[in-house]
Design a binder for this molecule. Structure first.
Ligand SMILES: [Fe+2]
Length: 255
């Protein structure tokens, strides 16, 4: 069982208020990727993929923890009876189904460790588990990132990155590429995806058309500002091209 898209957005929004950080945008970028890839895969529901991915780090609502956020997310989602989300809160951290290649501090008490072990030990991973793992590894806080670059960044920050986990991530990328027959980065629109555009959809989904309109107007304002700046730059730079008189700096102040 898993929540509706609107419920999931609200759960993330509430969690963001409790523990703000780049993880919120990372979750949104990852959810975007999961939805786009699932759209191309037979047997995967894009809406479900989006929701599971959006909430894969929901345990962060309880504060800054390493492994602990996985068990927090699992327990929280199980308490709400969203067992399918609870499942990926754990499986997304363990693509080889072992605690050995977890990257980060093991900051859990023994009961939480038992819960984690029991949560994934006897489970057979399906394509949702694999998709959530894949998208987790290509989602930055600003947008879609290169998988190898992201893993290298993690390696730099933590001092190491298990080769088995690295290899499994690469295999996951190949698995989905073969499944859909396209370059994954093209499918998730790596070069052009904008979280700002995506946020319009989220606000609309949350039933906040006023906030969506405000955000849109802000973007239009920024775009007009850019256009005016481009125009001035062109005129200053090109002089009397196209028969126009070059602008003086005084002209720019007056416009
Ligand atoms: Fe994540």
């Amino acid at each position: 069982m898993y929540p509706s898209r609107k419920e999931a957005e609200k759960l993330l929004q509430d969690a963001e208020a409790l523990n703000p950080g780049p993880w919120e945008n990372h979750s949104r970028v990852a959810a975007h990727c999961a939805e786009k890839i699932a759209m191309q895969c037979d047997g995967l529901n894009p809406e479900k993929a989006y929701i599971l991915e959006l909430l894969h780090d929901i345990g962060r609502r309880f504060g800054v923890r390493h492994l602990g956020h996985a068990s927090d997310g699992y327990a929280y989602m199980m308490a709400l009876k969203f067992d399918e989300v609870a499942r990926v809160c754990l499986s997304r951290s363990f693509n080889n189904q072992t605690l050995e290649d977890y990257v980060g501090a093991i900051d859990t008490i023994e009961d939480e460790l038992d819960m984690i072990r029991n949560g994934f030990a006897e489970r057979v991973y399906d394509d949702y588990d694999r998709l959530i793992q894949l998208c987790d590894s290509i989602a930055g806080a600003e947008g879609v990132v290169d998988m190898e670059e992201r893993m290298s960044d993690v390696k730099r920050r933590y001092g190491s990155y298990p080769q088995s986990k690295w290899d499994t991530n690469i295999a996951l990328k190949r698995y989905f590429k073969d499944k859909i027959g396209h370059n994954l980065y093209d499918v998730v629109k790596k070069r052009v995806f904008s979280l700002a555009t995506n946020n319009l959809d989220i606000l609309t989904a949350l039933g906040k058309p006023g906030a969506a309109y405000f955000l849109q107007q802000q973007r239009v304002g920024q775009s007009k500002k850019r256009t005016r700046t481009d125009y001035i730059s062109r005129r200053l730079g090109r002089g009397s091209e196209n028969g126009q008189q070059p602008l003086t700096r005084q002209d720019c102040k007056m416009r």
